[in-house]
Design a protein around this ligand. Structure first.
Ligand code: PEP
Length: 232
């Protein structure tokens, strides 16, 4: 089972260090793989029970891409895991599928483990159409090697991210069942996962773990979720 914490633009270098120290005490149950995606300024070679990943990366080793971070910078900290296709990058930062697929291909060639996010908008969800929903998810897999052996797919409905409103177990189950027809990769759910609902989510068939934003920023809550997952 995978539990991944996406800090987004939260935590500093100092607070990430404290977080990682506390996580060591919390420990790593045998059945769980833990990942942390801190902001770039907090990347380092940590001694940690968690694998440290990058929230993003430009598809180049280095170069004239002001404000971006590339393979050379990630290699300095031995980062070998990356999050791509997150809805905030798609919808707030305007990344289109072609660019995301280019990043995917670049980091795949570099041998990275890739956490790849897909998820429908509220408009698509509200349409109630299974066909529309599946076509939307399929379009987000365009140009992506779904057979890549270091791929993890996170199903994250846009309307459930950071809203406190998680998708229902049935919605999640249906989306994961569809994604399972496309890939043999581990499938995660993300979208307002918290200590109160994580057990129910992790028990869904085809659900191999969770990608957690808001509720992971407090290390005590993240530890609590690790303990809950350990008991399942
Ligand atoms: C995320 O950003 O990947 C996420 C799932 O956020 P939250 O848990 O806050 O909905």
């Amino acid at each position: 089972m995978i539990l991944a914490a996406n800090f987004k633009m939260n935590h500093t270098r100092a607070s990430t260090k404290l977080y990682i120290d506390r996580l060591q005490i919390c420990g790593k149950p045998e059945n769980i793989q833990i990942y942390l995606f801190p902001p770039f300024t907090a990347l380092d070679r940590y001694e940690s029970v968690a694998v440290i990943g990058a929230q993003n990366g430009y598809p180049a080793r280095n170069g004239s891409y002001t404000g971006e971070i590339g393979l050379e910078q990630l290699e300095e900290f031995e980062i070998k895991t990356i999050l791509l296709g997150h809805s905030e990058r798609r919808h707030l930062l305007g990344e289109d599928q072609e660019f995301i697929a280019k990043k995917f291909d670049f980091y795949k060639q570099a041998g990275f483990e890739i956490f790849y996010c897909v998820g429908e908008t509220l408009e698509v969800r509200k349409s109630g159409s299974k066909e529309l929903m599946e076509a939307y998810l399929e379009a987000q897999l365009e140009g992506i090697d779904t057979a890549y052996e270091k791929l993890v797919i996170a199903y994250e409905p846009v309307w459930a991210i950071g809203t406190g409103q998680s998708a229902t177990p049935q919605d999640i189950q249906e989306a994961l069942a569809y994604l399972r027809t496309k890939s043999g990769a581990p499938l995660l759910y993300g979208g307002s996962v918290k200590p109160q609902n994580i057990a129910q989510i992790l028990e869904i068939s085809e659900c191999d773990g969770a990608l957690i934003g808001t509720a992971s920023w407090d290390v005590e809550q993240f530890c609590e979720m690790i303990q809950i997952a350990k008991e399942l």
